[in-house]
Each structure stands twice: as structure tokens, then as C-alpha cells.
Design a protein around this ligand. Sequence first.
Ligand SMILES: *[C@@H]1O[C@H](CO)[C@@H](O)[C@H](O)[C@H]1NC(C)=O
Ligand SMILES: *[C@@H]1O[C@H](CO)[C@@H](O)[C@H](O)[C@H]1NC(C)=O
Ligand SMILES: *[C@@H]1O[C@H](CO)[C@@H](O)[C@H](O)[C@H]1NC(C)=O
Ligand SMILES: *[C@@H]1O[C@H](CO)[C@@H](O)[C@H](O)[C@H]1NC(C)=O
Ligand SMILES: *[C@@H]1O[C@H](CO)[C@@H](O)[C@H](O)[C@H]1NC(C)=O
Ligand SMILES: *[C@@H]1O[C@H](CO)[C@@H](O)[C@H](O)[C@H]1NC(C)=O
Ligand SMILES: [Zn+2]
Length: 512
Amino acid sequence: MRALTRSHQPLFVCAWLLWYSTPCHGKPDPRRREALMDVETRRGTGGHVALSEKEKALDEKLYQMKLHDMAGPTFPPAIHFFKAKPLIERSPVFTLLQKMPKGAALHVHDFAMVGVEWLVKNVTYREKCYVCFTDNHSVRFVFSIGQPELQPHCSEWILLKTLREKLNSTELDNSFVHNLTLFTEDPDKAYPNQDTVWQRFEQAFIVANGLVTYAPVFKDYLYEGLRQFYMDNVLYVEIRALLSSTYELDAKRNSKDWSLRACREVVQRFKAQYPDFVGARVIFTVHRGLNSTEAVKAVEEAMSLKKNFPDIMAGFDFVGREDSGRPLWYFREALGLPEEKGTDLPYFFHAGETDSEGTEVDQNVMDALLFNTSRIGHGFAMARHPVVKELARKMDVAVEVCPISNQVLKLVSDLRNHPAAALMAEGHPMVISSDDPALFGAAGLSYDFYQVFMGFGGMKSNLATLKELVLNSVRYSSLSSTMKEKATATLLVRWDKFVSESLLQTHQKTRL
Ligand SMILES: *[C@@H]1O[C@H](CO)[C@@H](O)[C@H](O)[C@H]1NC(C)=O
Ligand SMILES: *[C@@H]1O[C@H](CO)[C@@H](O)[C@H](O)[C@H]1NC(C)=O
Ligand SMILES: *[C@@H]1O[C@H](CO)[C@@H](O)[C@H](O)[C@H]1NC(C)=O
Ligand SMILES: *[C@@H]1O[C@H](CO)[C@@H](O)[C@H](O)[C@H]1NC(C)=O
Ligand SMILES: *[C@@H]1O[C@H](CO)[C@@H](O)[C@H](O)[C@H]1NC(C)=O
Ligand SMILES: *[C@@H]1O[C@H](CO)[C@@H](O)[C@H](O)[C@H]1NC(C)=O
Ligand SMILES: [Zn+2]
């Protein structure tokens, strides 16, 4: 009740004041100012989260840490992530965010979860790994029992073990790392526009492909991916996966069913090792370059996978650059199939990952909702679509915001200007995710949380903002309502522990 009178009554009084007293006295009523500020704060993400006394105490510390980062000569969210990364890593805010339980990662891609160091130092050092060098200075890998077949535009395959004896291994490994990530000292020079950065981005996936689709590596990769997210205090992951066929040493190919069974087995094994981990589910994806006939086949396949693997299969999505792929509306026949046949196939569409307003691609954000998408991936274009925003709120469809991805792929350069900052200010349903952390040199979710907390929120976002974002990640997941309740309970226990421990640590630090 008090809250109501505080926010409504002054507004009413002030409307009167605005008309009558402002011109006479020349000064706005400070009570009105405060009331309006209060209304605005309540509207933002976290605006309705009531903090406990302990949480308020931690929030105060967090505010002091924030002031410190804001006062530095370079504000990390304002510059390219490749340059900001070392600054972020020195920030006490970041250290705290790493410890914070972050709930779920709802937008990550299968082969971009694990830091590439692991691929190079662990996977390429395994037995029977071959490499070839392409005409345009890229590399390809394959595991094989004997000499693999020649690939077009690639040198003869060389056993890596033999090559390492001849060349400087450190330099060779560094060059592999470079092929597998987008990281570079001078990103503006290396990637002058979206086309060049997307080209490198897609190349990096092709380079990784020969390593990660080797059946034993596929399983180890997933396990390591879950481990790296879990170490970043993420308890549940939804992985967008192409489920492209994996291969054995004798080049025999495995089916999609094999991949889903492998995922299920790895997740179970991981949960046995880390009992408070909630789990992982797969969103089956296909490339948006498919034509309509191929898309019909893909959706039919997705429906049957969903039926056969209801526990691990969450739904369906398209991947690939939206600006150069086909729009959702083109796939309408395929996408209408589940509804027509009365089959359950939830959608999790990437939509509006574009700067080009008014194009068919830009229209994807609306079309995603018309096809009853469960969430919107990126939704970078949303802020420019007021009707879509309203519809999304009515349908309670959250947007999956991946700030670092959007910056590296050149949709926005200064993250303070990210359109989702405005969405956050108006409390639009959202979750934070990291898309392809391995390719950007990030890990888990903490770097993206830092960018959102500091860059989107500025001095305004606080512990309540973070708490809502974290709770949202479970709320908007594909888990059943029973599982959501359980996951939220686990999360809140960890949250309270995090608050208590962080308070204790900051106290100790100030005493020292
Ligand atoms: C590589 O990873 C596997 C599985 O994660 C692990 O068992 C093995 O010890 C690792 N090897 C090296 C050399 O790090
Ligand atoms: C490099 O060559 C491969 C194989 O011929 C091709 O698929 C790819 O598009 C080329 N990449 C660039 C950046 O030219
Ligand atoms: C290999 O290259 C690295 C980096 O260039 C260099 O520091 C190292 O001394 C080289 N190792 C050998 C054995 O030449
Ligand atoms: C990829 O690796 C090759 C071979 O080691 C190297 O020549 C090339 O510079 C690397 N490409 C990138 C983009 O780092
Ligand atoms: C789609 O591509 C396949 C080849 O993959 C072709 O057979 C089919 O006719 C194409 N369909 C359309 C509608 O273009
Ligand atoms: C979306 O959901 C609404 C309401 O449940 C339903 O009427 C409509 O047919 C669905 N549309 C599609 C394309 O699935
Ligand atoms: Zn994505």
C-alpha cells in the first residue's frame, strides 16, 4: 500500500504542479522529481525485486566497486572486447560476477563452448590426428586410422605428431589457436566490416569441425563444455546443436540419434560427478541457407527427434548469418507443420540479429512470435519494433541478449549503446547469454554479465537487476514447471550462500 501511494499520489499532485506552479516558481517540485525517478527505477529489470538486509549490504559494496570501474581511464564496455578483456579481468566487479550463481545459459552453440586452448592442447595431441593446409592459409583436421583421402584445396594430410617433430610446436599451436578463434590484437583492422568478420567466424567453425565431430572428442568436448560453464557457476545449459554426423577412426559415420544418445549419456555422467548441476538440453538447429523442401525435411526430422528424445531435445532453430540467409517467412510451410500435425515442437528462433531496419530479415522478430517462438535469440532489432515488443511481453517471450557476440560481430561498437540497454530499462523480459564464448575468447557467462551490468545498466543496475536476470534464466528455460521449481530452489540456496560469503570477504578485505 505504501508503495502505491508513494508512486501514484505524487504523480497526480505533480500533474497539477506541472501546469500551475512551474511557470510561477520556475523550479520543479523535488518531490515530484523523486517520485518520477522511483517510477522509472521500478520499471527496469529488477525493479520489483525486494532485497534482504544482507543483499542490500552487498549491493552497497557492489556500488562502490562500480564507482571504481567507472572512474578508470578506459571503460571496458565502451571498447572492443578483445581490448577490454584484460581490463575486465582486473575488475573486482568481474570477480564477484564470476562467483555469482548465474542460473542457466540459454543461448550457446555446441562447438563454441570450450576455450580453444583445450582443443589445441588436448585434442590435437591425441593419437592419429592429421592436419592439412588450405590454399587460403587455413587448416583442416581429421582423425584417421590410415592416410586420409585428399581434400580439394588442401595440402596432403600430415600426421600432426610427425609435423610437431619438425616444426616449432609452440608456434604451430599458436597458429591453430588463431585459426580457431576470432581473437586478434587489432580487431578494427582485421575486421573492417560485418562481411569480413562473419567470413572468419564461419571459417573457425569449419576448422573446429574435423576435431569436434570425431566421435570420442564429441563426448569429451560436451563434458568439458559443461565443466567450463559449471566452473563459471552456471547450473543448466541449453545448447543449440547442428547434430552433424560424427565419425569414427575408420571414417564410419554415426546418426543424429547417436549424437543425442551421446549428449544424454554425457549429461548423466556429468550430473553424477556434480550432483547440484541441473542438466542440459539440446535445441536442434539447421542452417538458414536451406531451401523450402530441405526445411520441410529438417522440421519433420526435428519432430521425430523430439518424440524419441523428449528429455534431452528442447526444440528447433535456424543458425547462420541472418542477413545472408533466408528469412523465417520463407520457411513458413515447414514451420507450420508441427501445428498442422498436432505435434509438439517448441521453437527458439534467432531473430533480428541485424542492423538493417525494414528488411525481410528485420521482420524475423515479428515472424518468430507469429510462429509461437518460446524465446527470441538476440532480438537486436526488437527495440525498433514497438508492436513486436508489446506482443512479446503479452506472450511472455524473453529475448536472449548476447552482448559480446553482438559487439564482435559488429552490430554495435560501444555496448552502452546496445539496444537491449533500453529494453532492460523498461523491464522487457530478457536473459543474458554468451552465444559463442570460445570464438570470442570469453568463457561461461561472466564476461557477458559484466558488460550488461556495467554497460547497459551504468550506475543504475544493482544486485536486484542481477537477481532478476539470474532467476529469468530458469523461468524462461525449456524445463518443465516441476524442474523449474527445483532449479530455482537450488539456485536460491546458492544465491544466499554467495551473498553471505561475498559480504564476509569484502568485510575481511576492508579490515586488512
Ligand atoms: C584430455 O581430456 C581428456 C578428457 O577430458 C582427459 O581424460 C585427458 O587426461 C586430457 N589429456 C590431456 C593431455 O590433457
Ligand atoms: C578458403 O577456401 C575454402 C576451401 O576452398 C573455402 O571454402 C573458403 O570460403 C575460403 N575462405 C576464404 C576466406 O576465402
Ligand atoms: C619456439 O617458438 C617460440 C616462440 O616464437 C620461442 O620462444 C621458442 O624458443 C621456440 N622453441 C624452439 C625450440 O625453437
Ligand atoms: C592458420 O594456421 C596456418 C597454419 O599454421 C597459418 O599459416 C595461418 O596464419 C593461420 N590462420 C590464422 C587466421 O591465424
Ligand atoms: C532444394 O534443394 C534440393 C537439393 O538439395 C533440390 O533437389 C530441390 O529441388 C530444391 N527445392 C527447391 C524448392 O528449390
Ligand atoms: C500459435 O499459438 C496460437 C495460440 O496457441 C495458435 O492459435 C496458433 O495456431 C499457433 N501458431 C502456429 C504457427 O503454431
Ligand atoms: Zn547464436
